[in-house]
Write a protein that binds this ligand. Structure first.
Ligand code: ATP
Ligand code: LTN
Length: 334
């Protein structure tokens, strides 16, 4: 608890270009959570170097992601938005937690299996212990809830196991975090293979709408979106492409699938795709304008980066000192 509020933590990696899936499934839903929770949103750059990165590219992407958090509506005075690498406790706690995590547990992580097969030339120890750093991120702030997608639930479960193991030895040190299941966030699927989720690492650029795509590109991608031969806008599990387009339209227009089916009754896919494209442009254009404004405000961004890193450092140090005492490190002489 911080000032009587439960703590919420989430993070995103600054790798790849964010997609409409990241926005509708995560970022957009984070905006109002600060009314009920003390929120920490980190740009997890320590995680990013588990895969080889170009240094100047990583630095620039990290700043862009942080600006995008703000452009999406996360008020940096009410939400602690910061770079993971600016708060030393993440790496320090991760080391300690490494000593409370079994090789067997990490071996079972599906993300490690996926990533090590994709990067067979660089299966480094960081990639293997990635989930322990994620556990440190979460436990460092005595986090109560973590909004994550399904793919990260396994890591959250491991975080809970590590925290319980540690508490079992040393008493109640860590809050045990729960996944945050807000109102069902849309799961946005690929425009080219609607049975797969839209993902920023998809090699086919037509499969994803990127948050910075211009209106023409957005319209073109929707025109090319894979549908079916039913020629009727219906919301069911067999018309997967149309199902996805309806979900996107609903998330952008704040309407229900049955309204969409009624609205497009008797109309062809061409009209529907145009309407979905326009709805997406209607959401992304203001986001892009705001982003382009914020990214130029150097002093403002720098002050946010500094203030929020100090805030995160303050709360994380409280937990870290407690942990260091518990495991038996000598007290600091002041
Ligand atoms: P990658 O392709 O690099 O695995 P990703 O696009 O799947 O990335 P993540 O960085 O793993 O995205 O996820 C960031 C956040 O966005 C998570 O909370 C995740 O649940 C959410 N998210 C990602 N893709 C989608 C999607 N298609 N629909 C809804 N939410 C999504
Ligand atoms: N592994 C997550 C990013 C991430 C995270 C976290 C999410 C790192 N630390 C802590 C929630 C809480 C991902 O790849 N989406």
């Amino acid at each position: 608890m911080i000032d009587g509020k439960k703590v919420l933590f989430s993070g995103m990696q600054a790798t790849g270009n964010l997609t409409l899936g990241n926005y509708l499934g995560a970022l957009k839903n984070w905006v109002n959570l600060c009314d009920d929770y003390e929120c920490f949103y980190s740009v997890v750059d320590l995680h990013s170097i588990t895969v080889r990165q170009d240094p100047s590219e990583l630095r620039s992407r990290a700043r862009k992601l942080l600006s995008l958090y703000i452009a999406a509506g996360l008020d940096p005075k009410k939400n602690c938005i910061y770079y993971q690498s600016h708060v030393s406790g993440h790496a320090e706690l991760a080391w300690i937690l490494n000593c409370f995590t079994y090789m067997g547990e990490l071996n079972r992580m599906t993300q490690f299996k996926d990533k090590s097969s994709k990067h067979a030339d660089n299966i480094n120890a960081g990639l293997f212990t990635y989930p322990v750093l994620m556990a440190a991120d979460i436990l460092l702030y005595q986090t109560d809830v973590v909004p994550v997608g399904k793919d990260q639930l396994q890591h959250l479960e491991l975080t809970r196991d590590i925290a319980e193991r540690f508490n079992g030895v040393y008493g109640d040190v860590f809050t045990i975090p729960e996944p945050y299941l807000g109102k069902a966030g849309a799961k946005i699927m690929s425009l080219q293979e609607p049975e797969k989720k839209m993902s920023k690492s998809d090699e086919n650029v037509n499969a994803s709408i990127y948050l910075m795509d211009d209106p023409d590109t957005i319209m073109r991608k929707f025109k090319r979106a894979v549908t079916d031969s039913e020629a009727s806008v219906q919301y069911n599990d067999t018309q997967k492409g149309i199902h996805n387009l309806i979900d996107i339209y609903c998330a952008c227009k704040d309407v229900q699938p049955e309204d969409v089916v009624k609205e497009f009754d008797g109309k062809g896919y061409g009209d529907f795709k145009t309407a979905v494209g326009e709805a997406v442009v209607g959401v992304l254009k203001p986001l892009q304008d705001e982003y382009n404004r914020i990214i130029k405000e150097k002093d403002f961004l720098d002050s946010i980066i500094k203030e929020n890193a100090e805030k995160a450092q303050y709360y994380s140090t409280k937990t870290l000192r407690k942990v260091q005492r518990k495991v038996g490190f000598p007290d600091r002489i002041r």
